[in-house]
Design a protein around this ligand. Structure first.
Ligand code: TYM
Length: 332
């Protein structure tokens, strides 16, 4: 079975619909036919200022949400990044083979450091993509399911794998991105030309999976559309409606053409109202499951420990290979 690996940060009180449709939904779908490794990237969350108490809580909330979404510990290794020191260790190696200019070209760093300027950003934020490369390469996965915003980081991972293999000895597999066109980028409901994002979206532009479903329904019904009336997929001229069509399609498994056909001659109000029902039908049980899972943190700890043990067998072997090839003398 081909191997897949992906990670998600525990940076918010709730995942949003972009995280789910862009990434986690694929994690769930891939776990049957693949050997899968999914982790909570808590070390990545240290790259910006954070509250330790919140981080601890959000790590559990993250684990509970992954399980509620259908990531199954019987079929996938679910773990916390910091439980495996190998990630930080190989991260250092990745930093040492990355060029300064190469790292500076990462658009996410440019975006995230734009506010305070480069000088106000941590070195960790700069080194973030190299840690991500280590996360991936340790598991030698065939595919990495992510949203479009991670594509450039994945390209860097591929470059670093090739560079290491070429300079030392073939050690890493060059991973392929697994990015589904239809859900690669879910947009802000209020500003449908920019991606839905925990840091940049206005409260009304973002669907948080753990919000009160009533609030969520209202946000869908008041999503920004355009001055026409026909429900049609046209990203350039109708970005709002197209985004909603994408969400509808992904949550119901109905093709966009079939949805468009269903709403011929009916207005945006009908369409948005029914999409609100679709989203509520999804988030209501999701939220209940997440809250129930959070009631038993000992069980979450157990699942995460089991996942870490599985991950460790793979990660420690790869790190040992890499250290060996770098010429580091291993302890006897
Ligand atoms: P993060 O935590 O920001 O996001 C988790 C996943 O959600 C996707 N995503 C979206 N997809 C579609 N539309 C959106 N609006 C949207 N917003 C977010 C992201 O693309 C991502 O797949 N650096 C990563 C975490 C990470 C990782 C890794 C991923 C660390 N190490 C190794 C893969 C492999 C991040 O911050 O994702």
């Amino acid at each position: 079975r081909p191997r897949v690996l992906s990670g998600i940060q525990p940076t918010a009180d709730s995942y949003h619909l972009g995280n789910f449709l862009g990434a986690v939904k694929q994690w769930v779908a891939l776990q049957d036919e693949h050997e899968s490794f999914y982790f909570i990237a808590d070390l990545h969350s240290l790259t910006v200022e954070h509250d330790p108490k919140l981080l601890r809580e959000r790590t559990y909330v993250a684990a509970a949400q992954l399980l509620a979404a259908g990531v199954d510990p019987a079929r996938s290794a679910i773990f916390v990044q910091s439980h495996l020191p190998e990630h930080a260790e190989l991260g250092w190696v990745m930093q040492c083979i990355t060029g300064f200019g190469e790292a500076r070209r990462m658009t996410q760093f440019k975006d995230k450091s734009a506010k305070g300027g480069e000088g106000a950003s941590s070195v960790g934020l700069f080194a973030y993509p190299m840690l991500m490369a280590a996360d991936i390469l340790l598991y030698r996965p065939a595919y990495v399911p992510v949203g479009e915003d991670q594509r450039q980081h994945l390209e860097l991972s591929r470059d670093l794998a090739q560079r290491f293999n070429h300079r030392f000895k073939k050690t890493f597999r060059v991973p392929e991105p697994y990015i589904l066109k239809e859900t690669a980028k879910i947009y802000d409901l209020q500003e449908p030309t920019v991606k839905m994002s925990k840091s940049a979206s206005s409260p009304n532009g973002i669907i948080n999976l753990l919000d009160d479903p009533k609030v969520t329904a209202k946000k869908i019904r008041s999503a920004v559309t355009d001055s026409e009336t026909d429900v049609r997929f046209d990203v350039e001229h109708k970005p709002g409606i197209s985004n909603l069509l994408g969400i509808y399609s992904a949550l119901t498994g109905t093709s966009i053409d079939d949805i468009v056909a269903k709403y011929v001659g009916r207005g945006y109000g009908d369409f948005k109202g029914e999409l609100a029902d679709v989203v509520v039908d999804f988030v209501t049980p999701f939220r209940e499951k997440t809250l129930a899972l959070l009631d038993d943190k000992a069980e979450l700890d157990r699942i995460l420990a089991e996942g870490a043990a599985t991950a460790r067998t793979v990660a420690s072997a790869t790190l040992a290979d890499a250290y060996e090839r770098l010429g580091l003398v291993r302890p006897t």
